[in-house]
Design a protein around this ligand. Structure first.
Ligand code: FES
Length: 318
């Protein structure tokens, strides 16, 4: 398995954006330039407890001296955001993987429609910086419960004033949720639609873009539900070193099947984000569902926490 380089980042500033969202400015502890990244990229933090948590970079990709991430406190979450709130203090040095981008802008896009729900605004902020500088054509739809819960309000309100964004505030009333299909519009040639937000928001977006060519639709999700798909099929996995074959049924992950068979697989996020669980394969066609691997890596590896097989069987180099 590959070991990935880590970077050290020092918390230089903390800014409270909304009652639940704080933004963190991160710099090199030694004053060095930070690894380059592109709009849509995220950082995978290795938290002191051993958890891994991914947060989108939400600043200008052209600024090589600092990163910003914004984290929403989830009182009923799995504890990652609360750990960030407790441990990310000024001057503290934290560990992360270098930025990775599973949600890039389409380079050849002629018009970009960006949909954000709640804290899903974070990668969209980086995209706005990039698209504005590139003088590209774009429009942003920001969906939230109320104005006070909109992070990066100044940027969004400036975009609204410039005619490049609209705010949709529903007061947490499902009846007032905007018509996603109407917002996204039609899949004209060169138009690309992007969405980042909670699971229900992404579900509505996926329904609204069902008829779009897949290459014009881009979704960012940090929730495991989004990795499951209707129509999942069972498949078998052969372990190259022993020749043993194990079955992966619908509703079971490849990771769980391997663990049940006694394989010790390193994991961290279990959401297809960090790449910790990447395993080499020798035969078969994986159904890659991660946001961690590059196209090059996907030729030889798959992430077993979330990916499955398109073929009836896979052979893993274990
Ligand atoms: S454990 Fe993070 S990608 Fe599988």
């Amino acid at each position: 398995m590959l070991s990935r380089p880590e970077i050290l980042l020092q918390i230089a500033e903390i800014e409270v954006l909304t009652p639940r969202v704080s933004a963190y400015r991160l710099v090199s502890p030694h004053g060095e330039r930070l690894p380059a990244w592109s709009a849509g990229a995220h950082l995978n933090f290795r938290l002191p407890s051993g958890r891994a948590r991914c947060y989108s970079l939400c600043c200008d990709p052209a600024n090589k001296a600092e990163y910003w991430v914004a984290v929403q406190r989830e009182e009923n979450g799995e504890g990652g955001s609360l750990e960030v709130a407790e441990t990310f203090s000024r001057s503290v040095v934290v560990r992360a993987d270098p930025p990775r981008n599973g949600f890039p802008l389409a380079e050849n896009g002629q018009h970009h429609v960006l949909m954000s729900g709640g804290i899903g605004i974070t990668p969209v902020i980086a995209m706005i910086h990039h698209l504005k500088r590139s003088k590209a054509s774009y429009f942003v739809h920001v969906c939230a419960r109320s104005l006070k819960e909109v992070a990066f309000r100044d940027i969004i309100q400036a975009e609204v004033a410039a005619g490049r964004a609209a705010l949709h505030l529903d007061g947490n009333d499902p009846a007032r949720r905007p018509d996603m299909a109407a917002l996204v519009g039609t899949a004209a040639a060169g138009v690309h639609a992007y969405a980042c937000g909670p699971a229900g928001f992404l579900k509505a977006f996926n329904r609204a873009t069902e008829s779009w060519p897949r290459e014009q639709v881009h979704v960012e999700s940090f929730t495991p539900e989004a990795r499951q798909a209707e129509g999942d099929k069972p498949f078998s996995v052969t372990i190259a070193s022993t020749g043993k074959t194990i079955q992966v049924s619908v509703g079971t992950t490849l990771l769980a099947a391997l663990k049940a068979d006694g394989h010790d697989i390193a994991t961290s996020c279990r959401q297809g984000i960090c790449g910790s669980c990447m395993v080499p394969y020798l035969d078969g066609e994986p159904d890659h569902r991660d946001q961690a691997l590059t196209d090059d890596e996907r030729r030889d590896f798959l992430t077993v926490c979330c990916s499955r097989a398109r073929s009836a069987s896979l052979t893993l180099d274990l």
